[in-house]
Design a protein around this ligand. Structure first.
Ligand code: NDP
Ligand SMILES: O=C(O)[C@H](O)CS(=O)(=O)O
Length: 486
């Protein structure tokens, strides 16, 4: 792999109980920008995942018994190591996932910010004393780590989605077994290498890589020693994994698909709205769960906004993410490109109009998808009802607040929504009516470690980051002391 200075960060097998797993059976990781093979990785499956769970179980009790300040110190060492390796981690991420280097550097910093946040939260896991109903009792509440955590994460943020789960889990005193996406395992393995270097105990943090995701997932959702399962990915897979967790009554966090409306009211600052949409829509080539999926524009400003958006689209630079200055890289696979093209074709056939499209240079050999603007889109069209996960903006005109809310909430999803308006009353009326877990108001990028990230409806449950984030990895225990009046 070109450009990685610290070659020991390139790991080609699972990290289990402090050991690097090797196997004769391998799978290939390829560069989505050109289809070239990056690495051959040792396949792991059910048996290796069970080994990882047993190792995590052995390590967890001692980890939980450490003073929180000691756990925090080790987490901060891990954070510092991630930032020290930021350039290599970003380069590796761009090679296996495709996003532009600037975004990859941002993702490494973003992931590390969750480690820092939860290192700081670790020492603030407070309990309660409760006024007793009778003189003979004293009521106490303590919080304890849930135990061993299983995690499955997607390819769109190969570093941050896993780190955003591992950080609170380890801070709370849990142990962790991760399965990254098989398209993008290198980033997770590099983070495991750094965990080993800073001295996280063997078995505490494990990364299992392999293409038999079903078998690995059955262990991570079904093993009796797994007490908590956290997933980020498609709603379809999330439903399946949630059902698998039901048998063992496991705690779950589900960060699933989205269908974000981006509402532009007639009084909005149109230049700010266009800038916000460009950030929200085209980040990671549109492959984020909080990317704008539908652009709802109030009729009086529809034409002006569209013209401004097209002008901004025409400034985008498409290409290999390793080239400085590239703003839109490839999609993760040819299948992902085909899905976007099908959504566009079906919607054009139903009356949507292709208002603008960036040319696809013939020199681009990878899974590239042309950034586009579609207008006159209907909310019932496929491009509006399904998660696009590609660089296509679908514009839908509307009249008035009531129609904006009706259109925005006409989705099974409820992750992120965006609203551009300068009328404070309108901002509160619309924000309160939107059935979403997060609302960006005059802002297109709302994710950060201090905020509770998560959705409602088919976008899942649980929150990642913020003062709420540790709760997903803690059990509340009530202590009732009797005989206190003797
Ligand atoms: N909310 C979000 O952030 C994301 C949403 N999506 C949405 O999902 C769509 C499909 O993307 P895709 O990559 O296929 O996402 P998936 O949900 O299929 O994959 C996400 C993760 O789940 C794993 N997985 C898939 N099937 C199973 C299974 N049966 N048991 C256990 N683990 C499983 C994958 O492993 P493996 O890689 O080995 O298949 C990967 O690690 C996207 O187009 C987008 O709409 C996708 C990614 C992130
Ligand atoms: O799953 C995703 O797409 C990420 O959560 C988006 S973000 O956290 O980077 O905004």
């Amino acid at each position: 792999m070109q450009g990685i200075q610290d070659r020991a960060l390139i790991r080609t097998g699972s990290f289990i109980d402090g050991q690097w797993h090797q196997a004769p059976q391998t799978f290939t990781v390829t560069n989505p920008a050109n289809g070239e093979a990056l690495a051959e990785l040792a396949q792991a499956g059910r048996a290796e995942t069970e080994q990882a769970v047993e190792a995590a179980y052995r390590a967890q009790k001692a980890w939980a018994a450490k003073p929180a300040a000691e756990r925090a110190r080790l987490l901060m060492a891990w954070h510092d190591a991630m930032l020290a390796a930021q350039e290599d981690l970003a380069g590796m991420l761009t090679l296996e996932q495709g996003k532009p280097l600037a975004e990859a550097r941002g993702e490494i910093a973003y992931g590390a910010s969750y480690v820092k946040w939860f290192a700081e939260e670790a020492v603030r896991v407070y309990g309660d004393t409760i006024p007793a109903p009778s003189a003979d009792k004293r009521l106490l509440v303590v919080k304890q780590p849930v135990g061993v955590v299983g995690s499955i994460t997607p390819w769109n943020f190969p570093n941050a989605m896993m780190v955003r789960k591992a950080a609170p889990a380890l801070a709370a005193g849990c142990a962790f077994v991760a399965k990254p996406a098989s398209e993008t395992p290198l980033s997770a393995l590099a983070v495991a290498e750094l965990a080993q270097r800073v001295g996280l105990p063997d078995g505490l943090f494990n990364v299992v890589v392999g293409t038999d995701s079903q078998a690995i997932g059955e262990v991570l959702t079904g093993h009796p020693k797994i007490r908590k399962f956290s997933f980020t990915g498609s709603t379809g897979v999330g439903r399946r994994l949630l059902a698998q967790c039901a048998e063992g009554i496991k705690r779950t966090s589900m960060e699933l698909g989205g269908n974000a409306p981006f509402i532009v009211m007639a009084d909005a600052d149109l230049d700010a709205a266009v800038a916000g949409l460009m950030a929200s829509k085209f980040r990671n080539a549109g492959q984020t769960c909080v990317c704008t999926n539908r652009v709802l524009v109030e009729r009086p400003v529809y034409q002006a906004f569209t013209d401004k958006l097209v002008a901004a689209l025409e400034q985008l630079t498409l290409g290999d993410g390793t080239q400085e200055g590239v703003q839109v890289g490839p999609l993760i696979t040819a299948k992902a490109v085909a899905k976007v093209e099908q959504l566009v074709a079906d919607s054009l056939a139903q009356g949507a109009q292709l208002r603008a499209s960036l040319p696809l240079p013939s020199s681009l050999a990878g899974h590239f998808c042309a950034p586009r603007v579609l207008t006159e889109v209907g909310n019932a069209m496929p491009i509006a009802q399904e998660e696009i996960f590609g660089p296509v903006a679908a514009l839908i005109p509307f009249e008035g607040e009531a129609e904006a809310i009706a259109l925005a909430n006409d989705s099974e999803y409820g992750l992120a929504a965006y609203l551009y308006s300068r009328d404070i009353g309108q901002v509160f009326r619309l924000s309160e009516a939107l059935e979403y877990g997060m609302v960006g108001i005059n802002e297109g990028i709302l994710s950060n470690a201090a905020a509770p990230f998560g959705g409602v409806k088919a976008s899942g449950h649980g929150r990642e980051g913020s003062k709420y984030g540790l709760d997903d990895y803690l059990d509340i225990k009530y202590l009732c002391l009797g005989g206190m009046d003797k």
